[in-house]
Write a protein that binds this ligand. Structure first.
Ligand code: ARG
Length: 463
């Protein structure tokens, strides 16, 4: 006889139940209850398949299917007695099913193991997060496209080394992020296509002697096919690692953009006004309006990349097939997914609400001799100077302007001719920021006409 307190699911060969500490380190129900819907969907598909293949009766499968729906509604209404002694969501659901329908519940675990069950549940859960990330990114791109369209002619400084480099447009800058978040979408999509194979029916690790139909359960759960190797099926967590990797890259993009918004919204820059809805005040300084959302988005990479590193470290060196180490996978993905979705939503809200300060942007664009390259290019085009000589002449003109405390367009023609005698008044045309940006017509360049082409392309992609 086994001790009453030993586990009802695997207590057959045990004389005593686990120590309280053992139970505490072993249990995952505290977090894996988030996968209840996936667990129940997986079990319903499995039961239906067991009946279709004649492994259990239709009557038992029906009782199991119905009973699982009752469990589902109990969990959703908050009336489910989750038990730590039952370790995890799989055993909690099955034990409750037994309470509700009795004997047939014991037939559900035929030709299945918690190893393929947990891999299936976790894949289904993570697959939804791939879709949520793609959706969140599409919404963000939509908001960026609206900003880009409104600011296609708005001139702003482009930076290298955070020093004013050349004039660009607001639209062009927004579209740079569209490209980055567009690559994120394509990464999530690639990984989603790769991960969509069903582990169910791999059983503990070796497959099963029952004549199951893995294609049937794969299809019922929206997988493209059953995973082709049972050892790999139960031990693979690439789908979680890829989710975390894609999320880390996306969080890095969000962080860069958030950093720009923090800088741009400062009193020193005043490039952008963030809405009250996405800012906070200070409890001591009444005048303050802080870009907290942007700062928090900037920080999210910390925990998301942390989750990625944590799971890679867990998986590293694990022998095939299942090891309990792998129970440490879920919290990392749960946390990263929660915070990535929140960051995407917050960024989308912030971008939708923010307004570009056209005047400040233009003023800053014209500062710092930002059209010096246009001047050098003019010397090449009109006076046929080699670019290196033109660069030198332009440098002398910049030094002259700096000495006079003015910008390049404010130098007199005489002063310019003092540096190079052949310069004509036509040079002033290329020194305006508007002409500078509209001249940059190379494919992918900042000219409004080019940016419009890219906006149209992205609208087409998203439609
Ligand atoms: N709670 C476990 C996990 O998250 C489920 C699988 C348990 N399998 C086992 N052989 N003990 O990984």
């Amino acid at each position: 006889m086994t001790d009453k307190s030993s586990n009802a699911m695997w207590g057959g060969r045990f004389a005593a139940g686990p120590d309280a500490i053992m139970e505490a380190i072993n249990a995952s129900i505290g977090f894996d209850k988030r996968m209840y819907a996936q667990d129940i969907a997986g079990s319903r598909a499995h039961a239906a398949m067991l009946a279709a293949t004649g492994i259990i009766t239709d009557k038992d499968a029906e009782a199991i299917g119905e009973g699982l729906l009752t469990v589902l509604s109990e969990i959703e209404s908050g009336n489910f007695p989750f038990s730590t002694a039952l370790e995890d969501i799989h055993m909690n659901v099955e034990a409750r099913l037994k309470d509700i329908i009795g004997e047939p519940a014991g037939r559900l675990h035929t030709a299945r193991s918690r190893n393929d069950q947990v891999a299936t549940d976790f894949k289904l859960w993570t697959r939804e997060q791939y879709d949520a990330a793609i959706q969140g990114l599409e919404a963000l791109i939509g908001a960026l496209l609206t900003q880009a369209e409104a600011g296609v002619d708005t001139v702003m400084p482009g930076f290298t080394h955070l020093q004013v480099a050349q004039p660009v447009t607001w639209g062009h800058h927004m579209m740079a992020y569209v490209e980055m978040f567009g690559r994120d979408i394509s990464r999530f999509k690639d990984a989603r296509a790769r991960m969509n194979e069903s582990p169910l029916g791999a059983a503990a690790l070796a497959g099963t002697g029952f004549d199951i139909d893995r294609h049937m359960t794969a299809e019922a759960l929206g997988f493209d096919r059953p995973a082709a190797n049972s050892l790999d099926a139960v031990s693979d967590r690439d789908f979680a690692l890829e989710f975390l990797s894609c999320s880390t890259i996306c969080a890095m993009h969000l962080s860069r953009f958030a950093e720009e918004l923090v800088i741009w919204s400062s009193a020193q820059f005043r490039f952008v006004a963030l809405s009250d809805r996405f800012s906070t005040g200070s409890s001591i300084m009444p005048q303050k309006k802080n870009p907290d959302a942007a700062e928090l988005i900037r920080a999210k990479i910390g925990r998301i990349m942390g989750a990625m590193v944590a799971l890679f470290t867990v998986m590293k060196g694990l022998p095939l097939a299942y090891s309990k180490d792998m129970q440490e996978d879920k919290e990392q993905v749960f946390d990263a997914a929660d915070h990535l979705m929140l960051a995407l939503a917050a960024m989308t809200g912030m971008v939708s609400d923010m307004s570009a300060n056209t005047e400040e942007l233009r003023k800053a664009a014209a500062s710092g001799f930002s059209t010096a390259t246009d001047l050098a290019d003019w010397l090449v085009r009109e006076l046929n100077l080699p670019f290196r000589d033109a660069h030198h002449v332009t440098g002398a003109l910049v030094a002259l302007a700096e000495a006079q405390g003015c910008d390049l367009p404010e130098l007199s023609l005489e002063d310019m001719q003092g540096v190079h005698a052949d310069i004509t008044a036509a040079v002033f045309d290329v020194l305006t920021v508007e002409n500078s940006v509209s001249s940059r017509m190379s494919y992918g360049g900042t000219a409004p006409a080019q940016v419009r082409v890219q906006i149209a392309r992205w609208k087409e992609i998203l439609s």
